[in-house]
Design a protein around this ligand. Sequence first.
Ligand code: SAH
Length: 233
Amino acid sequence: MMTPMLRTPEPRIVQGDDRRLARERMVRQLSEGEHAVRDRRVLEAMRKVPRHLFVTGQHMTKQAYGDFALPIGHRQTISQPWVVARMSELLDAGPDHKVLEIGTGSGYQTAILAHLARFVFSMERIGALSREAIGRIRTLGFENVKIQAFDGTVGWTGVAPFDRILVTAATPSPVPKPLLEQLAEGGRMVVPEGDRERQRLIRYTKTAHGLEREAFEAVVFVPLIGRLGWQEE
Ligand code: SAH
């Protein structure tokens, strides 16, 4: 009888380990330095979601865990990990919360929110991106996400109000009125508000006495295009 040959590890497993390590490194870097993200639940979610499954083509293996935005087709981008983590931290979505996200894109931020909240409703104006995101979310087995291909500037009337609203496209100031209206009392909205080129992260909190508005870091997002957003160029 032949002695079995020593087998080298399956390349797939090695790659999986590499990606897990790359993800660990990404999370460690997010939690260090001047703009460190400290929310433990957010960091844990970033550790769990395989970002490489949300980027397309040649970028997949090499760049998925770098701290930068990447193209996802249709002139859109998947946001930089730090931006995703920081917005999630500012949003402070809890396990009882119903969340509305505007700008599904790749679905990566959607997956992070799905780890943090009870249910996530997400809207994307580009049908093809929306379909791809639905596929990824399904593959990963999330059962608390619903994605709709529609103009998010009008919100999602049928299921409003929301405990949290996250807008991940550059929004004119002031932010579209339906979104503020669809925020529950005590609710929070995080949105990159400004002009088409540059924005600032703004957090609105709806209280019994009105709206509070706080400003945070400067950011650059693709524009929110729609009936109550920017015009398509
Ligand atoms: N959170 C995404 C970021 C995607 S970029 C990610 O992590 O991948 C912003 C997305 O907002 C783009 O996909 C763009 O098509 C979408 N978008 C722009 N205007 C929109 C609108 N009015 N309603 C819904 N989605 C919109």
